[in-house]
Design a protein around this ligand. Structure first.
Ligand SMILES: Nc1ncnc2c1ncn2[C@@H]1O[C@H](COP(=O)(O)OP(=O)(O)O)[C@@H](O)[C@H]1O
Ligand SMILES: CC(C)(COP(=O)(O)O)[C@@H](O)C(=O)NCCC(=O)O
Ligand SMILES: [K+]
Length: 331
């Protein structure tokens, strides 16, 4: 399987060839926010470089209105990631769930950036300007109630479907699917199929002409377990985290029977879509994203190793799509 280093690692400041060049970009810090049905996905960009990416839970309305008052980037990042005091560090960490990099990384890196910039002479000003009051926020959301809350942020631009140059889309097509497909295709080429293992599992494909072929939507892994737990009289709520390895297919207890039913049909369904895709486009590429991508890839690898080597795993596809759109807007 390909996990391209260039994209999946949070780019460190060292990525910039020299500090003067970095200083030129310091005014060009912007935040990308994708609102999914489970949580928020954040990207911190310096110019065209994705500097870091992380996930948080939905933020309360009160925090969002405070963000609008932020005078500096530090203020803003502190709102998104309140600095935990020593006693409730663990609680804070759990509240602001994230994958690595740590939620504090942007703050630490911004501080490091400031320190380094202070030591660089950049004409005409000895201290290059630090971005003032809320940096631009590029927003893509599939949750209208959340979009409404974030529209109160002063420097927000909500991306709509007509800004994504993908051809042949239908009016109710999800902006997350459009951006992920666009980002993947622009990065690795078309034809492209994106599999998003998020709240919903989605398949979304475009042909060599960058035209939507179509796709499919079904309940994601978490939703499948949750629905069985919630909508039946005597099935327990099974958590994904309880499944340390593939369960026996023919299970002899309830928990494993649920795990087996959900996971084996999930994987078989994905395999079937992949094969159908390759029947249509033998050279078609496939990229996988979403909160359950790692689990999925590990199990796909165990069951169908040959197929898995051809999959591109990339959590930040939507941010590549957003970057393309923002670059096009500036041209
Ligand atoms: N800390 C977490 N919070 C929520 N979901 C998580 C977390 N870690 C892993 N997941 C998995 O991610 C899936 C949701 O995927 P994600 O891409 O975050 O959703 P969305 O983009 O729809 O908000 C869930 O099925 C869950 O199993
Ligand atoms: C299918 C989705 C619910 C997926 O959302 P997610 O699981 O990523 O939160 C979202 O893309 C959406 O609301 N789409 C609109 C319908 C469509 O794409 O046809
Ligand atoms: K998503």
């Amino acid at each position: 399987m390909l996990e391209p280093q260039r994209h999946t690692q949070a780019t460190t400041l060292g990525w910039f060839p020299d500090l003067k060049q970095l200083a030129l970009h310091i005014d060009n810090i912007w935040l990308a926010l994708e609102i999914g049905n489970s949580r928020l996905h954040w990207g911190l960009f310096i110019g065209e470089t994705l500097h870091s990416a992380w996930d948080t839970e939905y933020l309360p309305k009160s925090v969002i209105s405070q963000l609008a008052q932020s005078q500096t980037l530090d203020d803003l990042l502190l709102q998104i990631f309140p600095t935990p005091n020593k006693t409730d560090e663990k609680a804070q960490h759990q509240k602001h769930t994230s994958f690595p990099p740590s939620p504090h990384l942007p703050i630490l890196l911004c501080e490091r950036l400031r320190q380094r910039l202070r030591s660089v002479q950049v004409s005409p000003s000895p201290h290059p300007p630090i971005p003032s009051s809320p940096p631009p926020l590029l927003l893509a959301s599939v949750v209208p109630s959340q979009t409404a809350i974030w529209e109160t942020y002063p420097n927000v631009q909500v991306i709509t479907l007509n800004e994504v140059p993908l051809k042949g889309v239908y009016p109710t097509f999800g902006i997350d699917r459009a951006l992920a497909l666009w980002g993947a295709g622009k990065t690795w080429g078309f034809p492209m199929l994106v599999i998003d293992a998020g709240t919903a599992l989605t398949f979304t494909a475009a042909d060599a002409n960058q035209c939507l072929v179509g796709g499919a939507i079904l309940p994601g892994l978490g939703l499948q377990f949750a629905t069985l737990g919630q909508k039946t009289g005597q099935l327990p709520l099974v958590e994904i985290s309880q499944m340390a390895s593939l369960p026996p297919r023919f299970a002899l207890n309830t928990t494993q029977a649920i795990q087996s039913g959900v996971i084996y049909t999930f994987l078989a369904g994905i395999k079937d879509f992949i094969q159908a895709w390759w029947n249509l486009f033998p050279q078609g590429k496939i990229a996988i994203k979403g909160g359950d991508r790692t689990l999925l890839i590990n199990y796909l690898q165990a069951l169908y190793p040959d197929m898995t080597t051809q999959l591109i795993v990339e959590p930040n596809l939507i941010f590549w799509g957003m970057k393309e759109i923002s670059m096009a807007n500036y041209k």
